[in-house]
Design a protein around this ligand. Structure first.
Ligand code: URA
Length: 186
């Protein structure tokens, strides 16, 4: 935590709280979102606002529950004003923390929510509509890590574009099958 609080991130001074993570640290699945919104900033926990409720509801359908079987964090730990997309520099400042967070947690599966998490951790310029539904791999050469990954639409995007909720069903079913096949605990 000290390392995070010492990060030189311009958002720190305008945010109310630092928002790190929620869920079960002993689980095998790690979700990574973008940055806290208003509710998250107020409560100091990720995904507790409207988008978080949608995410919890979707994941509940396949038996995932953050109290018991997944862990969730964000790329950026402070709320960008007005919920704007974090800048490259804000992302790059926070990224080393997320990478060591992944190394320590060692998930059996990583799930990126939205473009910011996907692009920053997969080092790709491809967008979420191209990458969702595909088997992806997170590679951290420095720590010799190769972790299976998936990219999902961000729940805040789904709130704005409910038509795409349909596509999430097949992603959720694929995820559920994968967890069973690989005997990942959930
Ligand atoms: N959106 C995110 O990406 N993260 C949160 O914690 C809340 C909303």
């Amino acid at each position: 935590l000290d390392k995070i609080l010492n990060l030189d991130c311009n958002l720190k001074d305008i945010a109310t709280n630092v928002v790190l993570s929620d869920g079960n640290f002993d689980s095998e699945i790690m979700f990574i979102g973008e940055a806290p919104g208003a509710e998250e900033d107020k409560l100091g926990k990720p995904f507790v606002g409207q988008a978080g409720k949608l995410l919890d509801n979707m994941l509940n359908f396949i038996g995932l529950n953050r109290k018991t079987n997944f862990y969730i964090t964000n790329i950026v730990f402070w709320r960008p004003p007005g919920n704007r997309t974090p800048t490259k520099s804000e992302i790059n400042t926070c990224l080393p923390i997320t990478k060591s967070h992944i190394k320590i947690f060692k998930p059996k599966l990583l799930i990126f929510l939205g473009n910011v998490a996907t692009k920053s951790l997969l080092k790709t310029e491809e967008g979420i509509s191209k990458l969702r539904g595909k088997k992806l791999t997170y590679i951290d050469e420095e720590h010799k890590l190769k972790i299976p990954a998936r990219a999902f639409f961000h729940p805040a995007y789904l709130l704005r574009n409910p038509i795409d909720k349909k596509k999430v069903w097949s992603d959720l079913i694929e995820l559920h099958n994968y967890l069973k096949e690989k005997k990942i605990r959930f």
